[in-house]
Structure formats: structure tokens, C-alpha cells
Design a protein around this ligand. Structure first.
Ligand code: SF4
Length: 507
């Protein structure tokens, strides 16, 4: 490594691995040294899925090697904390200036500002959070759908003469079909790209503190740790999987963990792919007649709509947002989530198996199985956030906090979602091919030893939260149904038992 002093240091964070972004774009390798820090403190702050730690650290190492081959001096170092890493770097190299791209999280941005690092705006998103704040200002309540339509107009994607292509903004009604018997074999015909793990992977342990707690199965090459690997996965998705992506977007099938999902979020969130190129690639498939509009629109909404909207929410919310708890939920996370107790609930077991094996569950499993259960059972929202952050391959602070606090648990009282995303067993049965029939529990029953825990807890949840939720017109009909139940006392008693057994790991 060059020991020349006085070079400008560009500090690249582990989720900014793209030389085309604002921190590195146009930099002269002869005048720039790149700093990257693997922080022990970050690695021991919570249990992490083994595959996620492997992904982030390996991708950083590969990116460092790429920069070196491009002529940059790179200081990739392990340090007790990010601050310690910077201090040691400054001692060693005495840079003229330290520059960084604004981290995705607000806390990270604050830390760098305190350290005197010069920040440039983050352009790993298509809509900077200040632009998001301006859009929302004075509009009152703004939904993701409002934001998404504005972004479609601004960017021109899937637009024609100022109107949405096909005449509708949102084709979700075509994307919620229940699964059919052929869905799993069709998905299996296009298996994910798997990389061969090599010597870079073998050296992972040198970068990890002794006290790290790793969960889940070991890395198996599923996730892209380089730009090349990410592009291969993008190609697979757009050319082979995208045509089927839309129809059964919300479907669940035992053992079929990826179905027709893109498996690109890990690469997008690390910086291995940019949202612009991903949307361009998908829209091109529509223009070429190779993918139907419902699939393309549904995917574009996830990236241009949801992903960007959640970043805007995370960056503009108040400091108390991550610990909001509008429904007063205070139970601990059930041991089943951490893998410390098996469960006879087939939907939960299949989803947690997918998380253990792949650090992944698709969005409807996250929302309508895991977050649904946690919300119905009164689990602390921040405990769910913390677990999901460590367990999912694509989770970071900025994406998990609004996903859980806003979408998953309604803990923000309705700033992101217009109603709680909760359901009994009937919804899970409708959207899954084979969860409920072989299950020990009966999704039609709300009381008794074999009552489906989702069904029991759904009615009890409405009952317990009547003060907060009954005036929400989007769930008014549910309250009308609740008021017609003749066995509410028995439901309450069974719900108490279900929550106790969930907490004890015996459900
Ligand atoms: Fe899940 Fe209930 Fe269906 Fe069992 S019956 S799989 S617990 S929804």
C-alpha cells in the first residue's frame, strides 16, 4: 500500500460498494486512498446470520481488491469500532481530508458529521431524502402509492403521454393469485445462481471477533459478493424469472423458498447493483415483449416505490421512531424466532426454516406470517426489528425500522400503513398451497386445543386494541364481525394460553 501522506481519504462503508456512486465517481486513484473498516462493535451488537456476515465482509474484501486493481491505495482494516478504525487510519496516513458518502442510516450520518468527515449526498437511492421531505411537506398524510405515482411521473418509467402505461398505476389485483400446483416445479426449473466459495471465503474468520454470535446455516454461495455475481443474478431474474414474477407474488409453498422472487435485494442494498440499472433492465423486458405488465409494474413498484419510500421515512422520522409502540405491545420475541424452540405451526416453521437455511423469506412470509404473528401476540416491535435486522440477508437499519415499525406491526400508529397488516389463518390458507391442511392446528377454529393460533389471536388482537383501532374505517368491518362473536370470553382465554405457550416455546 502507498504510504504517501496527504492524499484524500474516501471512507467507503460496507453498503456503498459501487465505484459509480458519489464518493468515488471521478476520483483520481493517484490522489485518493480508500478506507474501509470492519468494525468488531458492529459484529457483536446482535446475533447475525452467518450468511449475512459472510456476504458483507466478503463483498467488502472483493471490492477492496477491485479498487486496488483500478490503482487505488486501499486501507481495509479491522478495528474495535468505526471511530477507532478512522483514528488508526489518520494516525497511519495523515490524510489531507476524509470524505464519505452520507451513510444510509441517520445514525451513521451523525457519527461521520461528529468526526469531521466531509459528506457528499447519498446517490445510492433515486430520490434523496430531502427531496422526499419536500414532496411530503404540506401534503398531510402521504402514502407509498402517492409517492410512487409521483416518482413514475418524475422518472418517466412505465409512462406514456403523462399517463401510466396500460392505463393503471397499480396492477396488484393481478399479482395476488393463490398458488397453483405447478408453481414450485416452475420455480425449481430456474434455480438461483450459486457461486463456488473460494479462498477469500475461507479467510473470513480472520475478520471476526471471538465473541461474535453467528446464527443460521453456513454460507453456500447463494448471495452475490461481487458486482459480477450481482449482474449474473440480475440477468437470471430479468430473462427467466420476471415473466412469472407477478401472478403469484404473494404465494407461499412449503420448501419453495424463493419461488419467483428476484433475490436481488441483498445486492441492491450493498451497492453491488444500482436501482436505476435494475429498473431499466426490467422495463426493457416489457418493451421487448418478454415480460407482462403486471410482473414489470409490480417489480418497479417494489424498487421505485417501496424501497425509496421506506428510506425517505427512515431518514425523516423523529428520533423516537425506532422504538414507537402505538399498540403498547411488550412481550419478548418468542424463542421460535431465534431457533430456540420448534413450533407445530407449519406456516411459521416453514418460514423460519427458510430464514435459517438462506437468511431469507419473501415479503409476504415476512409480513403476513412473522410480523403478523408478532403483532397479534403483542411482541415488542423493536425486538422484532432487532431480530429481523440480524436474520435477513438484505436487512439494514434504514429498511428494517420502517418495515417493522410502520408496515409490519403498526407501531407508528398509521404513518406508513393505513391499517394493521394482520389476519387469521384463513388468509394464510388462501395464499399458501399446503401450509394449513397438514397442520396440527385448524385454521377455521378460534377456540379449543387445536384452534389455529393466528385465528384465535386475530380476534383477541382486535378486542385488546379496540380503543386504538375501532375508529379506523379500513378495519371497521372486522369490528362488526368481532361484535357478532358469541364466544369472545373463550377466545380471550384461549388467546392467553396461546401467548403463554408461544413465549414458552411450546406452541
Ligand atoms: Fe399456520 Fe394456522 Fe395454517 Fe397452521 S392452520 S399453517 S398455524 S395458519
Amino acid at each position: 500500500m502507498s504510504d504517501e501522506r496527504g492524499l484524500t481519504t474516501v471512507w467507503v462503508w460496507g453498503d456503498q460498494l459501487d465505484g459509480r456512486l458519489a464518493h468515488l465517481r471521478g476520483r483520481d486513484p493517484g490522489r485518493t486512498r480508500v478506507l474501509m473498516v470492519v468494525s468488531d462493535r458492529k459484529l457483536i451488537e446482535r446475533p447475525w446470520h452467518h450468511q449475512k456476515v459472510h456476504l458483507v465482509v466478503t463483498a467488502m474484501r472483493r471490492f477492496a481488491a477491485r479498487l486496488e486493481s483500478d490503482g487505488f491505495a486501499v486501507d481495509l482494516r479491522r478495528a474495535p469500532s468505526m471511530r477507532d478504525g478512522l483514528a488508526a487510519h489518520v494516525d497511519a496516513f495523515d490524510p489531507g481530508e476524509v470524505v464519505a458518502m452520507e451513510p444510509a442510516s441517520r445514525l451513521g450520518t451523525r457519527t461521520l458529521a461528529e468526526l469531521g468527515v466531509t459528506l457528499v449526498d447519498n446517490d445510492h437511492f433515486l430520490c434523496h431524502w430531502r427531496e422526499f421531505a419536500t414532496f411530503r411537506a404540506g401534503r398531510g398524510r402521504t402514502t407509498m402509492e402517492d409517492f410512487y405515482r409521483w416518482r413514475r411521473r418524475e422518472t418517466g418509467w412505465l409512462m406514456q403521454d403523462g399517463e401510466p402505461v396500460g392505463g393503471r398505476w397499480n396492477l396488484d389485483t393481478e399479482n395476488r393469485r393463490p398458488p397453483d400446483a405447478d408453481i414450485a416445479p416452475r420455480a425449481a426449473a430456474d434455480p438461483p445462481v450459486i457461486d463456488v466459495l473460494d479462498d477469500v471465503d475461507a479467510g473470513l474468520s480472520d475478520w471476526l471477533p471471538d465473541t461474535i454470535v453467528l446464527t443460521g446455516d453456513a454460507p453456500d454461495g447463494m448471495w452475490a459478493t461481487s458486482r459480477e455475481g450481482a449482474l449474473e443474478r440480475l440477468e437470471r431474474f430479468t430473462t427467466r424469472v420476471l415473466p412469472r414474477f407477478g401472478d403469484h407474488q404473494d404465494a407461499m409453498v412449503t420448501g419453495a423458498w424463493h419461488l419467483n422472487h428476484s433475490l436481488l435485494s441483498h445486492a441492491l442494498n450493498l451497492g453491488l447493483l444500482h436501482p436505476r440499472e435494475v429498473i431499466d433492465a426490467v422495463v426493457e423486458q416489457y418493451a421487448a415483449g418478454a415480460a407482462p405488465l403486471n410482473a414489470v409494474e409490480g417489480f418497479v413498484r417494489q424498487v421505485l416505490g417501496w424501497r425509496e419510500f421506506l428510506w425517505g421515512v427512515a431518514r425523516t422520522a423523529d428520533d423516537g421512531y425506532p422504538t414507537r409502540d402505538a399498540l403498547g405491545a411488550d412481550d419478548p420475541l418468542p424463542p421460535a424466532f431465534a431457533g430456540d424452540a420448534p413450533t407445530a405451526m407449519r406456516c411459521v416453521d416453514d418460514t423460519l426454516t427458510s430464514v435459517r437455511q438462506h437468511a431469507y423469506a419473501h415479503h409476504i412470509q415476512r409480513l403476513m406470517v412473522l410480523a403478523n404473528l408478532a403483532t397479534l401476540a403483542g411482541v415488542r416491535p423493536d425486538a422484532l426489528t432487532d431480530w429481523m435486522h440480524g436474520a435477513f440477508i438484505d436487512a439494514y437499519d434504514w429498511v428494517m425500522v420502517p418495515n417493522v415499525i410502520g408496515m409490519g406491526t403498526f407501531a407508528d400508529g398509521g404513518e406508513v400503513a393505513t391499517k394493521p397488516y394482520v389476519s387469521g389463518g384463513a388468509y394464510i390458507d388462501r395464499m399458501s398451497l399446503d401450509y394449513c391442511r397438514p397442520c396440527r392446528y385448524d385454521r377455521t377454529k378460534r377456540t379449543g386445543e387445536d384452534a389455529c393460533p393466528f385465528t384465535t389471536l386475530y380476534w383477541d388482537f382486535l378486542d385488546r386494541n379496540r380503543d386504538v383501532l375501532a375508529s379506523n374505517h379500513r378495519i371497521g368491518r372486522a369490528y362488526a364481525n368481532l361484535d357478532r362473536l358469541g364466544d369472545l370470553d373463550a377466545v380471550r382465554a384461549r388467546a392467553r394460553e396461546v401467548r403463554e405457550r408461544l413465549a414458552a416455546g411450546t406452541l
